[in-house]
Design a protein around this ligand. Structure first.
Ligand code: NAP
Length: 281
């Protein structure tokens, strides 16, 4: 892992930092000298990541926090606790929290789909008023990535603008399936396509405040999220990937670190694919 010190004196917040890509991002940003706030809905996972981080180059401690990106109150509390501890908002934010709730289009219930899209567009009843979708613990969990991205981007941007910070970089982990679709992921693909539109719009609106907003679009990456995919599907996917293998979370983290850093100072509103060439062109 490169340790170029590109993020010395920067405060970074990573959602979904307790696992997979988010955990790798926390380690990468810390290795670049950032102070890292590891946020995850699971506090134990966030603390596990925290314990694995190298010390930051200013000697300022990292922190872990329980935060549900699908809850406005939780996101606001997270920003408040960060500002109370560091006396500044995070100037780097990576949104890696996300989940899947797969089903084929023909079997997808309205509520399963609406849960993802409704919360971002803010139409229809609040999530609590919506009946739970049929549960299948082997393949489903709540789909909150779209709303989470909106709430986190807005909260971080508001805090940065209010503080007068000269620059910020917000990176959101989308997915290549938001561009190309994927069998059994009609809701997830729609949410990830939405995340790209959200990010591009945020990039346009926030550029005058020195805040850059970009997406990273992973392809098929080895993490707990893909652990549940069957060997048969993994074999089929690998055969479609020009580089011939699944990606590593660290390879996504490297791109996030680039976008977070001043090396990407002229990059905003972009979506960078980290797919090994899967679905290119
Ligand atoms: P992962 O290992 O499951 O990590 C996701 C993390 O987000 C978990 O720690 C999860 O906690 C946390 N999380 C879930 N809901 C949350 C919430 N409401 N608030 C805060 N944290 C929450 O998955 P991953 O593969 O690293 O995925 C990271 C991101 O990359 C996701 O946005 C995913 O959609 C995207 N992505 C992944 C792939 C891939 O192939 N792995 C491909 C394209 C895009 P729990 O485990 O406790 O739920």
């Amino acid at each position: 892992m490169a340790t170029t010190g590109r993020l010395v004196s920067r405060l970074a917040m990573v959602t979904g930092g307790g696992s997979g890509i988010g955990r790798a991002v926390c380690r990468r940003l810390a290795s670049e000298g950032a102070s890292v706030v590891v946020a995850d809905v699971c506090e134990a996972s966030a603390n596990e990541t925290l314990r694995s981080l190298p010390g930051d180059l200013r000697g300022q401690a990292h922190m872990a926090a329980a935060a549900d990106v699908a809850s406005k109150e939780s996101v606001d509390n997270l920003l408040t606790s960060i500002q109370a501890r560091y006396f500044q908002p995070p100037s780097v934010c990576v949104n890696a929290a996300g989940v899947t709730q797969d089903n084929f289009l023909l079997d997808m219930e309205d509520d399963d789909f609406d849960r993802v899209v409704r919360v971002n567009l803010k139409v229809g009843p609040p999530p609590d008023a919506v009946p739970s979708p049929a549960s299948d613990s082997s393949s489903s969990s709540s789909s909150s990535s779209l709303q989470g991205s909106f709430l986190v981007i807005r909260a971080v941007a508001r805090a940065l603008v209010a503080s007068g910070a000269p620059k910020g970089s917000i990176v959101t982990v989308g997915s290549i399936v938001g561009k190309v679709g994927n069998m059994g992921q009609v809701n997830y693909a729609a949410s990830k396509a939405g995340v790209e539109g959200l990010t591009r719009t945020a990039a346009k609106e926030l550029s005058r405040f020195g805040i850059r907003c970009n997406c990273v679009l992973p392809g098929f990456i080895s993490t707990p999220m893909t652990d549940k995919v069957t060997e048969k599907v993994i074999g089929k996917m690998k055969s479609l990937i020009p580089l011939g293998r699944m990606g590593e979370a660290t390879e996504v983290a490297d791109v996030c670190a680039f976008l977070a850093s001043d090396d990407a100072r002229y990059v905003t509103g972009a979506s960078l694919e980290v797919t090994g060439g899967l679905f290119m062109g």
